[in-house]
Design a protein around this ligand. Structure first.
Ligand code: GLN
Length: 191
């Protein structure tokens, strides 16, 4: 066990995740090239732009190795754009947008229209053992049609799914790292 958390560092809010992980005492490493994957035993795919991160995953030859490692059981957590990249199905995606397509769920991109483009909300995530978390939604997706093996971890008051887990795979449509919320990072470290 190396106990090093990788943060995919092709685009997006990489340093915010590292700050929280380091606050929790975890060793971190930025992942930019396939060789970086040898050094880690779990990986966070941060928010950013899923179409751009997807293209860069292909360009840097990271897409297939990450898929392979996660199928072998490496814990993988995608926040926002990262979650879109992990979902097997993408609604309102760009045609041909490359994704990892690992989790049995649909991610609907930019699901909150213009008015609610970005907002901070208090949500309940019972699995992480804290009553409410204050988290940021930034042009966030929503999740739909979870498969049988998928546990829904959090919904909005109207029932929309915003966090889910399937074995070693965790997705959140929101950013806990932006509001400095540590509970989901702690939970991810326990997977
Ligand atoms: N809307 C972005 C996308 O489709 C995701 C936004 C984010 O990661 N904060 O990839």
């Amino acid at each position: 066990m190396k106990n090093v958390v990788g943060v995919l560092a092709l685009q997006g809010d990489v340093s915010e995740h590292r700050v929280i992980l380091e606050r929790l005492g975890a060793a971190t490493r930025e992942v930019r090239l396939p060789k970086d994957l040898v050094e880690i035993d779990r990986l966070i795919i941060p928010g950013g732009e899923s179409t751009t991160i997807g293209k860069l995953l292909v360009m840097y030859e990271l897409l297939e190795p990450i898929k392979r490692l996660s199928k072998k059981g490496m814990p993988l957590w995608g926040t926002c754009a990262g979650a879109i990249l992990m979902a097997k199905h993408v609604a309102d995606g760009r045609p041909g947008q490359p994704t990892l397509a690992l989790m049995d769920i649909t991610a609907r991109r930019n699901a909150f229209g213009r008015q609610l483009d970005s907002f901070v909300a208090d949500i309940a995530v019972p699995a992480v053992g804290k009553k409410t978390l204050s988290v940021a939604f930034i042009r966030a997706p929503l999740f739909e049609n979870p498969g049988k093996g998928v546990d829904v971890l959090a919904t909005l008051p109207n029932g929309d799914i915003v966090a889910a887990r399937q074995g070693n795979l965790l997705i959140t449509s929101f950013h806990p790292e932006i509001t400095g919320e540590t509970a989901i990072h702690k939970y991810f470290l326990s997977l």
